[in-house]
Every structure is written in structure tokens, then in C-alpha cells.
Design a protein around this ligand. Structure first.
Ligand code: CDP
Ligand code: MG
Length: 139
């Protein structure tokens, strides 16, 4: 079993879609191993998305990710990273495959309902960003 980090983004939490998205990922075969509701401040959102610093969408992304509560979680499955990327679909919901989380629940390329780690290395870093050593015991 491996792990990945997902975040239900402020658009989806704010519009009451968090429960449907949690049900979707559980139905897709992921086990929820850690989860909380929190709110990122600007420095935290900038740090989380540091890889995108300098991109044209970076400031808007940071503003969006700090605009309301988010729900980070650790999901467990075989090949969790690649399977969750398939489950959530393309970044832009207009390009996301039918039945994916973003096709079903995202508003736009920016406000796209959910984040998922893109590699095992990044998953490890992103899980440690949100969850303490104690919360990660047993993962
Ligand atoms: O989230 P994902 O890994 O699919 O996409 P990314 O390329 O890592 O970009 C991170 C996030 O930045 C996206 O999920 C969008 O919320 C936002 N973004 C955007 O607003 N406009 C773009 N052209 C690309 C990304
Ligand atoms: Mg990404």
C-alpha cells in the first residue's frame, strides 16, 4: 500500500461538496488515513505551491487557496499517487474525463475542487506539510 495527499479545495468545501468528494474517493478504493479541516494563511499557501512560484497563475492560486477552509487528507491504496491522479482527472475540468472528481465537481481550471500529489516524493513532502509525526504513525 502507498499513500498520497489530497486537499479538498475552498471552492468545493464552500459549496458543500466535501462529503460527495470523500464518498467518491472512498468508492474509488482509497482508505482515509488522516484528515482535518483547516485554513491556510498566505505564507503556508505560498510554501505549499512554491514549485509554481513565478507562474502567471501563482498569485491567484495562493489567493484562492487561502479564501476559505480546506480539507487535507492522506489517502491509502495500491499505487495511490497515480490512481488518485486518474480519479481526480485533468487540471482543467473541461478536459477531465467523464466521472472524474474534477469533471463532476470543479468550477474551472483554477477553482478545481481537489489537489493530489504528483509523485511519491512529493506525496511524502506534502503529507509532512499537513500532518505531524504523531498523525503519520502507522502510515
Ligand atoms: O493540480 P494539478 O497538479 O492538476 O495542476 P498543477 O499544474 O500542479 O497546478 C496547480 C494548481 O494551480 C491547479 O490545480 C490549479 O488550481 C492552478 N492552475 C491554474 O489556476 N491555472 C493554470 N494554468 C494551471 C494551474
Ligand atoms: Mg500539481
Amino acid at each position: 500500500m502507498s499513500h498520497t495527499l489530497a486537499i479538498i479545495k475552498p471552492d468545493a468545501v464552500g459549496s458543500g461538496k466535501a462529503g460527495k468528494i470523500l464518498a467518491h474517493v472512498e468508492t474509488a478504493g482509497f482508505a482515509i488515513r488522516a484528515l482535518r479541516l483547516t485554513r491556510l494563511d498566505t505564507a503556508q499557501a505560498q510554501a505549499f505551491y512554491a514549485v509554481h512560484e513565478g507562474r502567471p497563475f501563482y498569485d491567484e492560486l495562493v489567493e484562492f487557496m487561502t479564501s476559505g477552509p480546506v480539507i487535507p487528507m492522506v489517502l491509502e491504496a495500491e499505487n495511490a499517487v497515480s490512481r488518485l491522479r486518474e480519479t481526480i482527472g485533468a487540471t482543467d475540468p473541461a478536459e477531465a474525463a467523464p466521472g472524474t472528481v474534477r469533471k463532476l465537481y470543479a468550477e474551472s481550471k483554477g477553482r478545481n475542487a481537489i489537489h493530489a500529489s504528483d509523485s511519491d516524493t512529493n506525496a511524502e513532502t506534502e503529507i509532512a506539510f499537513f500532518f505531524s509525526t504523531h498523525e503519520r504513525l502507522g502510515l
